[in-house]
Design a protein. Sequence first.
Length: 805
Amino acid sequence: MDKNTPDQPVRGVSAEAQEPDADTQVSLDLPDDALIIIPVRNLVLFPQMVVPVGIGRESSIKAAQDAARAGRQVGIVLQRDAETEEPLGIDLLRVGTLASILRYVTTPDGSHHLICQGEQRFVVKEYLPDHPYLVARVQLFEEPEQTSSEIEARMLQLKTRTSEILRLLPQAPAELANTAAAINSPAVLADFVSGLMDIKPSEKQDILETFDLLPRLDKVLGFLVHFAEVLRISRDIDQQTKERFEDRQREVLLREQLKTIQNELGEAEGNAAEIAEIEAAIVKAEMPEEVEKTARKELRRLQNMPDASAEYSSLRTYLDWLTELPWNVETEERIDIAQAREILDADHYGLEKIKRRILEYLAVRKLNPHGRSPILCFVGPPGVGKTSLGQSVAKATGRKFTRLGLGGVHDEAEIRGHRRTYIGALPGNIIQAVHKAGARNCVMMLDEVDKLGRGSAQGDPAAALLEVLDPEQNAAFRDNYLAVPFDLSKVLFITTANVLDTIPGPLRDRMEIIQLLGYTETEKMQIAQRYLVQRQLEANGLTKEQCELTDEALRAIIHSYTREAGVRNLEREIGSVFRHVAMQVAEGKVQHVRVEQADLHAILGTEKHESELAMRTSLAGVATGLAWTPVGGDILFIEASRSPGSGRLILTGQLGDVMKESAQAALTLLKSKAAKLQISSELFDKHDIHVHVPAGAIPKDGPSAGVAMFVALASLLTDRPVRYDHAMTGEISLRGLVLPVGGIKEKVLAALQAGIRTVLLPARNEKDLEDIPEEARTQLRFVFLENVEQALDVVLEEAAVQAEG
Ligand SMILES: Nc1ncnc2c1ncn2[C@@H]1O[C@H](COP(=O)(O)OP(=O)(O)OP(=O)(O)O)[C@@H](O)[C@H]1O
Ligand SMILES: [Mg+2]
């Protein structure tokens, strides 16, 4: 290391590095041992370091320029306080660094820099007055040449640490490391390292002022260790931030790999297990090719979906639907007509014509399994066995049975499902029913086609149903939810309805109508004794030994507690009786209960249906008609009365238009026959006639009350009462002919049940008598009418009641 004295000329200052007049050596008016001092705010120059020193103050610029011109070295000294603007000697620290000026640089922005090379430490002895800048006498510090094992050890430490730090410093040029490695003086190395370290000026100054080598090395080492630590930590932080940034992508990647690996190893769990399960289900479902393709595509989508998402679970549900449908599941079809006959007989009493029709249907299917068989439609009042017949058909053909109600369905989506984009979407009820049946050749009973809602903004359910039933189209029935075709062509459809006329026309055209009529009391007795009693005993946990229901009691239930065409309420009432008995048996009060007719009042309450007929006596102006309703037949009273007026006809009782017209026609007809019936025409002119039909529950429309209307009016105006046990039905023409009407069996049965003895029917309905059970035929007298006058002869009593009384 050179040990220059302040008065020695500056070495190594190249000419071109000087300011314009630099090559002109000027001598300064300074003592030889005096040194121009450049105060610096935050820089500590170590010996051996080359650093640019920015100079801004006028005095410093002059000092630097003078020194450069004179080719003299300068002293770089740190200010005590960086903020001091024009520092005096006392504002500066005592220890500074002798520096050679390598260059004086003025940058384009007008700032001045000295490129200085540190040479040697000094201590300021005194500042000299009367100079335009700071000039001081200084004492240069000679580095001692001493060495010791302790110094050697620290030197070694210093070198290792230094090379370590240089490795940690991201942009440290390779020369630095080489330079450091080449230094073999501890003092030089310490200064070199101190200059490089990013520590505070005050800390650097502290090192500069430590003249003793050993403590100086310790300090440098201390800083170095700390600095290395800081570097390492900051590098770690750097690394961590970078890692965190990449973590998320990495996680996605890893999860993917994990799934694949788990799949490969067959030790899949959670989602992967689920996927594998669905995959297996797809294979097992034996779907048509197109459907399988869709299923696999959706499965792939599922695989790449986070399993907590809502979409995942809805897609999962969809795949469950796809895989669980009976794409290729069929029960073996076996039609043995003899056996089918047995099954139908075992389940149903009577219904001969219907059973025969069903067997014919099955026979055709047996002979031509792939032919188009019509869709059966069972039409009839509630509780007559439509549904249970459908179940028997399933049993007889070895098919699964499933039913779905169409009553009140007014949205096409209920039949065809909602698209999957719809929240909470599911397949329509056709696909649901097939799913429930679990076989694609099931018997599907579509109940209440007559109550199917009309087309609306939500689409026409009847149109959707047509597609379901149409053999041309239903091989590729498309449910909106499934969005793939399902083959419905193997399904055996049976529909049911209470009435025919509300079934949408195009639907009705496709169906083979089978009418079920109401049962007579005797038939009901048989059904109850053979089926219902046993079934209700079982349902209530009773045995024949524990409970006995006498025939009289059963008949009373049929007669006085139910009024229906079918046997549904009958079964319910029998159930009520048995529940009552079950209570007693369960309480341990009795072992055996015999229910007699007299007990019914206590169990079922008062009789629900008294014979209305019994409450009436023969009166002039009241005739008994017969009505047909969707729930069976009923009797209907037509009441006529007159009051002084101007010949108006008043109709009350919520009559339909056709029935009103029928009343008009009856009156007109009666007027035309007034003379023959000995009715004075004055009666018509001076009176208003009021026709009323009580019993609000029965729908009153249709022309079939024509005869009864005519009879009621004739009775009123002739004052001849109508026999109370006679009932009639028939349409009338204006010429007085009696025209045929429908619902004869129900009407006749209702009449029988109501206690009627004689029934007047249109002559042209005589053929319908063959439908009427033997029992009814023997108990009733039938009178067939060609024209209305014949009715009057039969039903009107000879003398008026008033006349008698
Ligand atoms: N002829 C019969 N023999 C034996 N049981 C019968 C007969 N007719 C009806 N039943 C029984 O009566 C009950 C009602 O019959 P079902 O449910 O089939 O009536 P439904 O015609 O379908 O009525 P709804 O129109 O109300 O659906 C069933 O328990 C059924 O087994
Ligand atoms: Mg039913």
